[in-house]
Design a binder for this molecule. Structure first.
Ligand code: PMP
Length: 289
Protein backbone atom coordinates (compact mmCIF):
# COMPACT_ATOMS: atom_id res chain seq x y z
CA UNK A 1 0.00 0.00 0.00
CA UNK A 2 1.15 3.52 -0.80
CA UNK A 3 0.55 6.17 1.83
CA UNK A 4 0.35 9.86 1.09
CA UNK A 5 2.58 11.81 3.45
CA UNK A 6 3.12 15.53 3.08
CA UNK A 7 2.99 15.63 -0.68
CA UNK A 8 4.59 12.27 -1.45
CA UNK A 9 3.34 8.75 -1.94
CA UNK A 10 5.55 6.46 0.14
CA UNK A 11 5.50 2.70 0.73
CA UNK A 12 3.57 1.64 3.83
CA UNK A 13 6.69 0.61 5.74
CA UNK A 14 8.28 4.01 5.14
CA UNK A 15 5.17 5.87 6.33
CA UNK A 16 6.42 6.79 9.81
CA UNK A 17 5.53 9.55 12.23
CA UNK A 18 7.85 11.21 14.73
CA UNK A 19 7.39 10.43 18.44
CA UNK A 20 7.38 14.20 18.91
CA UNK A 21 4.32 14.67 16.72
CA UNK A 22 1.61 16.33 18.79
CA UNK A 23 -0.95 14.13 17.10
CA UNK A 24 0.63 11.26 19.04
CA UNK A 25 1.59 13.15 22.19
CA UNK A 26 -1.68 15.03 22.67
CA UNK A 27 -4.24 13.85 20.12
CA UNK A 28 -3.72 17.28 18.64
CA UNK A 29 -5.01 17.07 15.09
CA UNK A 30 -8.08 16.34 12.99
CA UNK A 31 -9.23 13.61 10.65
CA UNK A 32 -11.86 12.32 8.26
CA UNK A 33 -13.10 8.89 7.22
CA UNK A 34 -14.30 8.79 3.62
CA UNK A 35 -15.63 6.04 1.36
CA UNK A 36 -15.16 5.29 -2.29
CA UNK A 37 -17.78 3.38 -4.21
CA UNK A 38 -17.34 2.06 -7.75
CA UNK A 39 -14.23 4.13 -8.37
CA UNK A 40 -15.68 7.38 -7.05
CA UNK A 41 -15.02 9.17 -3.80
CA UNK A 42 -18.30 9.76 -1.99
CA UNK A 43 -19.05 13.26 -0.67
CA UNK A 44 -15.42 14.29 -1.01
CA UNK A 45 -16.02 18.05 -0.85
CA UNK A 46 -18.26 17.68 2.21
CA UNK A 47 -15.57 15.68 4.03
CA UNK A 48 -12.88 18.16 3.07
CA UNK A 49 -15.05 21.07 4.19
CA UNK A 50 -15.58 19.37 7.56
CA UNK A 51 -11.85 18.65 7.89
CA UNK A 52 -11.00 22.31 7.32
CA UNK A 53 -13.74 23.41 9.76
CA UNK A 54 -12.35 21.04 12.40
CA UNK A 55 -8.85 22.38 11.74
CA UNK A 56 -10.05 25.97 11.95
CA UNK A 57 -11.77 25.28 15.25
CA UNK A 58 -8.50 24.10 16.78
CA UNK A 59 -6.41 26.85 15.20
CA UNK A 60 -4.62 24.48 12.86
CA UNK A 61 -3.82 25.92 9.47
CA UNK A 62 -3.63 23.19 6.87
CA UNK A 63 -0.77 24.11 4.49
CA UNK A 64 -2.72 23.10 1.41
CA UNK A 65 -5.79 24.32 -0.45
CA UNK A 66 -9.02 22.35 -0.31
CA UNK A 67 -8.66 21.64 -4.02
CA UNK A 68 -5.13 20.40 -3.50
CA UNK A 69 -6.38 18.16 -0.69
CA UNK A 70 -9.13 16.75 -2.91
CA UNK A 71 -6.57 16.02 -5.61
CA UNK A 72 -4.29 14.33 -3.08
CA UNK A 73 -7.13 12.05 -1.94
CA UNK A 74 -7.94 11.05 -5.52
CA UNK A 75 -4.24 10.52 -6.30
CA UNK A 76 -3.83 8.25 -3.26
CA UNK A 77 -6.89 6.21 -4.24
CA UNK A 78 -5.57 5.89 -7.76
CA UNK A 79 -2.14 4.76 -6.59
CA UNK A 80 -3.75 2.05 -4.47
CA UNK A 81 -6.59 1.19 -6.89
CA UNK A 82 -9.03 1.91 -4.09
CA UNK A 83 -12.24 1.57 -6.08
CA UNK A 84 -14.40 0.44 -3.15
CA UNK A 85 -12.50 1.54 -0.14
CA UNK A 86 -12.21 3.44 3.08
CA UNK A 87 -9.99 6.49 3.09
CA UNK A 88 -8.49 7.99 6.23
CA UNK A 89 -7.36 11.58 6.02
CA UNK A 90 -5.31 12.79 8.99
CA UNK A 91 -3.79 16.17 9.73
CA UNK A 92 -1.69 16.36 12.88
CA UNK A 93 -0.27 19.46 14.52
CA UNK A 94 3.14 18.14 13.53
CA UNK A 95 6.45 17.75 15.29
CA UNK A 96 6.91 19.90 18.41
CA UNK A 97 8.48 19.70 21.82
CA UNK A 98 7.30 17.65 24.80
CA UNK A 99 5.41 20.70 26.03
CA UNK A 100 1.85 21.50 24.97
CA UNK A 101 2.58 24.66 23.02
CA UNK A 102 1.18 24.02 19.53
CA UNK A 103 2.90 27.15 18.20
CA UNK A 104 6.21 25.33 18.51
CA UNK A 105 5.02 22.74 15.98
CA UNK A 106 6.47 23.98 12.74
CA UNK A 107 4.45 22.15 10.14
CA UNK A 108 1.25 20.11 10.21
CA UNK A 109 1.60 16.56 8.96
CA UNK A 110 -0.82 15.44 6.25
CA UNK A 111 -1.46 11.71 5.89
CA UNK A 112 -3.86 9.91 3.54
CA UNK A 113 -4.46 6.18 3.77
CA UNK A 114 -6.64 4.57 1.11
CA UNK A 115 -7.47 1.09 2.34
CA UNK A 116 -9.65 -1.65 1.04
CA UNK A 117 -13.00 -1.68 2.68
CA UNK A 118 -13.82 -3.69 5.75
CA UNK A 119 -17.59 -3.77 5.65
CA UNK A 120 -19.56 -4.81 8.65
CA UNK A 121 -20.82 -8.37 8.19
CA UNK A 122 -24.02 -8.57 6.14
CA UNK A 123 -25.69 -10.44 8.96
CA UNK A 124 -25.53 -7.33 11.15
CA UNK A 125 -27.73 -5.49 8.67
CA UNK A 126 -30.35 -8.22 8.43
CA UNK A 127 -30.35 -8.98 12.16
CA UNK A 128 -29.71 -5.49 13.50
CA UNK A 129 -27.45 -4.19 16.24
CA UNK A 130 -27.87 -4.47 19.97
CA UNK A 131 -26.62 -1.34 21.70
CA UNK A 132 -26.61 0.24 25.17
CA UNK A 133 -26.76 3.77 26.52
CA UNK A 134 -23.68 4.44 28.63
CA UNK A 135 -22.58 6.58 31.55
CA UNK A 136 -19.82 8.27 29.58
CA UNK A 137 -21.31 11.65 28.69
CA UNK A 138 -20.53 13.01 25.20
CA UNK A 139 -17.89 15.75 25.31
CA UNK A 140 -19.51 19.00 26.36
CA UNK A 141 -19.72 21.47 23.45
CA UNK A 142 -18.32 24.12 25.79
CA UNK A 143 -15.21 21.98 26.34
CA UNK A 144 -14.24 20.12 23.17
CA UNK A 145 -17.07 20.57 20.71
CA UNK A 146 -18.10 17.18 19.25
CA UNK A 147 -18.38 18.96 15.90
CA UNK A 148 -14.59 18.89 15.82
CA UNK A 149 -13.49 15.55 14.41
CA UNK A 150 -10.28 15.60 16.39
CA UNK A 151 -7.64 12.93 16.87
CA UNK A 152 -8.63 12.78 20.52
CA UNK A 153 -11.31 10.10 20.48
CA UNK A 154 -10.99 9.08 24.13
CA UNK A 155 -14.56 10.19 24.87
CA UNK A 156 -15.81 7.76 22.23
CA UNK A 157 -13.36 5.03 23.21
CA UNK A 158 -14.50 5.17 26.85
CA UNK A 159 -18.09 4.75 25.65
CA UNK A 160 -17.04 1.88 23.36
CA UNK A 161 -15.36 0.14 26.30
CA UNK A 162 -18.61 0.37 28.25
CA UNK A 163 -20.52 -1.12 25.33
CA UNK A 164 -18.14 -4.02 24.88
CA UNK A 165 -18.01 -4.66 28.63
CA UNK A 166 -21.80 -4.87 28.48
CA UNK A 167 -21.65 -7.49 25.74
CA UNK A 168 -22.62 -5.31 22.76
CA UNK A 169 -20.65 -3.59 20.03
CA UNK A 170 -22.00 -0.05 20.14
CA UNK A 171 -22.90 2.60 22.70
CA UNK A 172 -25.15 5.63 22.64
CA UNK A 173 -23.88 8.60 24.59
CA UNK A 174 -26.12 11.19 26.18
CA UNK A 175 -25.14 14.85 26.46
CA UNK A 176 -24.70 16.91 29.62
CA UNK A 177 -28.47 17.42 29.85
CA UNK A 178 -29.22 13.72 29.58
CA UNK A 179 -30.51 13.99 26.01
CA UNK A 180 -29.52 11.52 23.32
CA UNK A 181 -26.37 12.62 21.49
CA UNK A 182 -24.85 9.94 19.26
CA UNK A 183 -23.07 6.61 19.06
CA UNK A 184 -19.28 6.30 19.28
CA UNK A 185 -18.78 6.62 15.53
CA UNK A 186 -22.29 7.02 14.16
CA UNK A 187 -25.31 9.30 14.39
CA UNK A 188 -28.65 8.00 15.61
CA UNK A 189 -32.17 8.21 14.17
CA UNK A 190 -35.58 7.29 15.52
CA UNK A 191 -38.60 6.38 13.39
CA UNK A 192 -42.07 7.12 14.77
CA UNK A 193 -44.82 6.57 12.24
CA UNK A 194 -44.02 8.82 9.30
CA UNK A 195 -41.57 10.83 11.36
CA UNK A 196 -37.81 10.55 11.26
CA UNK A 197 -36.15 12.17 14.27
CA UNK A 198 -32.49 12.81 14.98
CA UNK A 199 -30.73 14.95 17.59
CA UNK A 200 -29.88 18.50 16.50
CA UNK A 201 -26.24 19.51 16.06
CA UNK A 202 -26.52 21.68 19.18
CA UNK A 203 -27.19 18.55 21.23
CA UNK A 204 -23.42 18.09 20.93
CA UNK A 205 -22.80 15.69 18.06
CA UNK A 206 -20.60 15.34 15.05
CA UNK A 207 -22.67 16.55 12.10
CA UNK A 208 -22.44 13.33 10.14
CA UNK A 209 -22.23 13.51 6.38
CA UNK A 210 -24.18 10.25 6.13
CA UNK A 211 -26.74 11.74 8.54
CA UNK A 212 -27.27 14.73 6.27
CA UNK A 213 -27.55 12.57 3.14
CA UNK A 214 -30.07 10.28 4.87
CA UNK A 215 -32.12 13.27 6.05
CA UNK A 216 -32.32 14.52 2.44
CA UNK A 217 -33.13 11.11 0.99
CA UNK A 218 -35.82 10.50 3.62
CA UNK A 219 -37.42 13.91 3.05
CA UNK A 220 -37.54 13.14 -0.67
CA UNK A 221 -39.19 9.81 0.17
CA UNK A 222 -41.96 11.73 1.91
CA UNK A 223 -40.91 11.24 5.53
CA UNK A 224 -41.34 14.08 7.95
CA UNK A 225 -37.72 14.65 9.01
CA UNK A 226 -36.86 16.74 12.04
CA UNK A 227 -33.96 17.47 14.38
CA UNK A 228 -35.36 17.01 17.86
CA UNK A 229 -34.06 16.77 21.38
CA UNK A 230 -34.69 13.23 22.55
CA UNK A 231 -34.42 11.28 25.76
CA UNK A 232 -33.95 7.56 26.30
CA UNK A 233 -37.76 7.34 26.46
CA UNK A 234 -37.88 8.24 22.77
CA UNK A 235 -35.43 5.48 21.94
CA UNK A 236 -37.27 2.83 23.96
CA UNK A 237 -40.66 3.73 22.47
CA UNK A 238 -39.48 4.14 18.86
CA UNK A 239 -40.94 2.08 16.02
CA UNK A 240 -37.43 1.78 14.65
CA UNK A 241 -33.95 3.03 15.50
CA UNK A 242 -30.97 3.11 13.17
CA UNK A 243 -27.42 4.45 13.06
CA UNK A 244 -25.70 6.24 10.19
CA UNK A 245 -22.03 6.68 9.43
CA UNK A 246 -19.49 6.52 6.66
CA UNK A 247 -18.39 2.99 7.52
CA UNK A 248 -21.76 1.63 8.71
CA UNK A 249 -23.93 3.44 6.13
CA UNK A 250 -27.45 2.82 7.53
CA UNK A 251 -27.80 0.02 10.07
CA UNK A 252 -30.81 -1.02 12.13
CA UNK A 253 -30.81 -1.17 15.92
CA UNK A 254 -33.05 -3.86 17.42
CA UNK A 255 -32.25 -3.72 21.10
CA UNK A 256 -31.28 -0.86 23.43
CA UNK A 257 -30.41 -1.51 27.09
CA UNK A 258 -31.94 -4.98 26.76
CA UNK A 259 -35.24 -3.52 25.58
CA UNK A 260 -36.56 -4.69 22.26
CA UNK A 261 -37.05 -1.93 19.68
CA UNK A 262 -40.16 -2.37 17.52
CA UNK A 263 -40.58 -6.05 16.77
CA UNK A 264 -36.91 -6.80 17.39
CA UNK A 265 -35.87 -6.82 13.73
CA UNK A 266 -34.62 -3.98 11.51
CA UNK A 267 -37.77 -2.16 10.39
CA UNK A 268 -39.13 -1.43 6.93
CA UNK A 269 -38.17 2.24 6.99
CA UNK A 270 -34.61 1.41 8.04
CA UNK A 271 -34.18 -1.28 5.38
CA UNK A 272 -35.66 1.05 2.75
CA UNK A 273 -33.30 3.89 3.64
CA UNK A 274 -30.39 1.46 3.78
CA UNK A 275 -31.12 0.44 0.17
CA UNK A 276 -31.71 4.00 -0.96
CA UNK A 277 -28.53 5.20 0.62
CA UNK A 278 -26.42 2.49 -1.06
CA UNK A 279 -27.99 3.17 -4.41
CA UNK A 280 -27.31 6.88 -4.06
CA UNK A 281 -23.74 6.33 -2.83
CA UNK A 282 -22.99 4.17 -5.85
CA UNK A 283 -24.40 6.72 -8.26
CA UNK A 284 -22.38 9.78 -7.31
CA UNK A 285 -18.92 10.96 -6.28
CA UNK A 286 -15.59 12.32 -7.50
CA UNK A 287 -14.06 9.99 -10.09
CA UNK A 288 -10.75 8.37 -9.17
CA UNK A 289 -9.59 8.01 -12.81
N1 PMP B 1 -20.40 10.63 15.07
C1 PMP B 1 -19.12 10.36 15.34
C2 PMP B 1 -18.60 10.58 16.71
C3 PMP B 1 -18.28 9.86 14.32
O1 PMP B 1 -17.00 9.59 14.58
C4 PMP B 1 -18.81 9.64 13.03
C5 PMP B 1 -17.95 9.06 11.95
N2 PMP B 1 -17.15 10.00 11.34
C6 PMP B 1 -20.16 9.96 12.81
C7 PMP B 1 -20.92 10.44 13.85
C8 PMP B 1 -20.78 9.78 11.46
O2 PMP B 1 -20.31 10.76 10.58
P1 PMP B 1 -20.18 10.50 9.02
O3 PMP B 1 -21.54 10.11 8.54
O4 PMP B 1 -19.72 11.79 8.46
O5 PMP B 1 -19.21 9.39 8.85
Amino acid sequence: MKIYMNGKLVPERAAKVSVFDHGLLYGDGVFEGIRSYNGRVFMLDEHIDRLYRSAKAIGLEIPMTKRGMARAVVKTCKANKTMDGYIRLVVTRGVGTLGLNPYLCKRPQIIIIAANIQLYPKKLYSEGLRIVTVGTVRNLPEAVNPGIKSLNYLNNILAKIEAINNGVMEAVMLNGQGSVAEATGDNIFVVKGNQLLTPPVHAGILEGITRNVVMDLAAREGYNVSETTMSRYDLYTADEVFLTGTAAEVIGVVDIDNRKIGDGTPGKVTRGLERHFRKFAKSTGTPIE
